[in-house]
Structures are given as C-alpha cells and as structure tokens.
Design a protein around this ligand. Sequence first.
Ligand code: COA
Length: 163
Amino acid sequence: MGQTVEILTGKAELCRSIMGALPDWFSEPEVIEASAQAVEELPVFGYVEADVVTAMIALKPHLPDAVEIALIATRPEYHGHGAGRHLVDAAERFAQEAGARLLTVKTLAPRGRDEPQFEATRRFYDRTGFVKAEVFPKFWREDHPCLFMIKPLTDKQPGRTAL
Ligand SMILES: CC(C)(COP(=O)(O)OP(=O)(O)OC[C@H]1O[C@@H](n2cnc3c(N)ncnc32)[C@H](O)[C@@H]1OP(=O)(O)O)[C@@H](O)C(=O)NCCC(=O)NCCS
C-alpha cells in the first residue's frame, strides 16, 4: 500500500522518467519535453510505493469551477494496481478544496484504428467516474481527435447549490 504526496521539486525529471517509460502512449520526445516543462508550473501529486514514485498527476486549475487533469501516468510495471485511482482521488480533493465542481480531462478520441492502449486509457477514465462530454475533431490536429471528459464533483460546501 502506498501513499499520495504532493511533489514540490524535480517535477520535470519525474515527468520525463514516467512518460519516457510509456512509448506506446508517448512516442514523441518533443511532447514529453513540452509536458516536462509544463508540469514545473503546475500542482503535481505522486503515488509512492516503497520509495518509488509509481505514478504522477499534474493539475491545471480553471477556477472557480473546474480543475483539469493535465497529465496522469503510471509506470508500466505498476499498471492496474490502483495508483491511478488514488491520484484521481487526490485530484478530486484538490479541486474540492479549491471550490471547484468539475474535474476535466482531454484524451485521444477513437479514430478508427486498432489502438488498444488508448482504449485502455478511455476505460480508465470511465471506471474512475468521467463521462464523455464532446469530441473535438481538430482540437490538437487533423488526425488527433480530442475527447473532452468531465467528472462532476459532489458539492460538500454549505450554502452552494449542488449540480
Ligand atoms: C491510464 C493510467 C494512468 C491508469 O493508471 P493505473 O494506475 O493503471 O490505474 P488503476 O490501477 O488505478 O485503475 C483504476 C481503474 O481503471 C481501470 N483500468 C486501468 N487500466 C485499465 C485497462 N488497461 N483496461 C481497462 N481498465 C483499466 C481499472 O480496472 C480500475 O478500475 P476498477 O477499480 O473499477 O477495477 C495508466 O494506464 C497509464 O499510465 N497509461 C498511459 C498514460 C495515459 O494514458 N495517460 C493518460 C493520457 S490522457
């Protein structure tokens, strides 16, 4: 059993290390480097098991109402062991403490190819409570359709109207 911790230093290096171990998902070095630079400026949480950061999540606040999962990734040898779910839980706590009512994420939409790894990612979001909001066919680029997913959060603040 591990624990979730906020990562305060070494975010870019952690990002390079985990994304670099997932070539089936992240095959372009420039995408990894851009992500590594971006996470330096974002709140990042890691899931730590036996002194290894086995998974990370980077959050982009769009306050007052939403927090976006900018990146979530689990080291391949730890897939399916619960780290990703713990990090979505951490994102939910972060969002609720910030007063937000939605968690959001953008991921690759189905595009008529045999890509079980991206299907698995969509399944993960499905299993962790996200719903498919809309597909934006050209949001990233022509052959890279974006699926926008959201997870409404339970309103725990007194005096606010629940969704
Ligand atoms: C997506 C990812 C972060 C999930 O992390 P994980 O630590 O393996 O996820 P968990 O073990 O916490 O799984 C949580 C739930 O998702 C489901 N799930 C995870 N991987 C799955 C898969 N390959 N196929 C189907 N369901 C899957 C689990 O069954 C679990 O559901 P359950 O508790 O109801 O059984 C991980 O697979 C990953 O790093 N993928 C590559 C990077 C990526 O796709 N990032 C997102 C880019 S938008």
